[in-house]
Design a binder for this molecule. Structure first.
Ligand code: NAP
Length: 255
């Protein structure tokens, strides 16, 4: 069976492409340069060339606050997954932000989006499900490569700097490799993939600080950072993947 990953250049896309696939699965990834997911001609060309049995849709406009200001986010986050799902069985990566923050939320809990980005995810989920596709929600994912909160924190602390991290939001940091392994089992319906541990951004940064052995971490309230609306407790249940603390790399690479 051939799996095509679109958005293969992103954090989770890369993890999907480097994972050891289950026996019988062949994974092909295309990044944005090879396939803009909003371009119908590119979609048909890639589907014709790769001939996948299924698609994992890992492309997205992931700037949560920016989505409200960028009209282009609608095409990537909503129209594109709907168009792909209409042509091939699709697994859509979605977000715990579809919920309002009264977690933990079960997969069949009613979504209550509180931002434009979250609303886009809810509508994309519905379109993909209507087309017979599947939804996999994740919360906060960390892993190697690229710039993430985890890598930025580690870098700043190693340089002896101070990190201000939110302490009044519950998160379930989940390693990208664990998400990829579970996702490649192609779970059907609506599935939550979350690490079995919860903390705050401050808790996570403090654990990185303990490993790095340098710098300072200061707690800050979400309201102090001037961010757009975000749920305070959008934990996903059941949380069955490895707990974040078991996946923190030692001293060297950030996360
Ligand atoms: N990482 C998390 O903590 C997290 C949490 C909740 C949900 N998710 C969901 O998981 C999915 C994957 O997230 P991620 O963390 O891997 O995000 P990411 O690292 O930002 O990757 C998204 C990828 O999509 C690509 N992309 C954007 N527009 C595209 C287009 N028009 N055509 C093709 N590719 C395009 C981006 O390319 P450019 O870099 O060139 O823009 C990027 O490589 C998303 O649906 C996201 O909402 C992630």
């Amino acid at each position: 069976m051939r799996v095509l990953v679109v958005g293969a250049g992103g954090l989770i896309g890369r993890a999907l492409c480097r994972a050891a696939p289950p026996p019988g699965l062949d994974v092909v990834g295309v990044g944005r340069e090879e396939c803009d997911v909003t371009d119908a001609d590119a979609r048909r060309r890639v589907l014709g060339a790769v001939r996948p049995d299924v698609v994992i849709f890992a492309a997205a406009f992931t700037d949560v606050d920016g989505a409200a200001r960028a009209p282009a986010s609608e095409a990537v986050n909503v129209a594109a997954p709907a168009a792909w799902a209409a042509e091939v069985e699709t697994w859509l990566l979605s977000s715990n932000f579809v919920f309002d923050g009264s977690g933990p939320h079960a997969p069949d809990a009613e979504p209550r989006p509180t931002s434009v980005y979250a609303d886009q995810k809810v509508r994309a989920e519905a379109a993909v499900r209507r087309a017979g596709g599947h939804v996999v929600r994740v919360g906060w994912v960390f892993g190697p490569g690229g710039r993430t909160f985890a890598s930025t924190v580690a870098e700043r602390l190693r340089a002896g700097g101070t990190v201000r991290a939110i302490h009044d939001v519950l998160v379930q940091p989940t390693h990208a490799d664990d998400v990829a392994a579970a996702l490649l089992a192609l779970p059907r319906g609506v599935t939550h993939l979350a690490g079995a541990g919860e903390t705050s951004w401050y808790g996570f940064a403090s654990a990185v600080r303990a490993r790095v052995g340098a710098g300072r971490v200061e707690p800050v309230r979400m309201a102090e950072l001037g961010l757009g609306p975000r749920p305070r407790d959008a934990r996903l249940g059941p949380a069955l993947l490895a707990p974040w603390w078991s996946r923190l790399p030692g001293g060297g690479e950030a996360a």
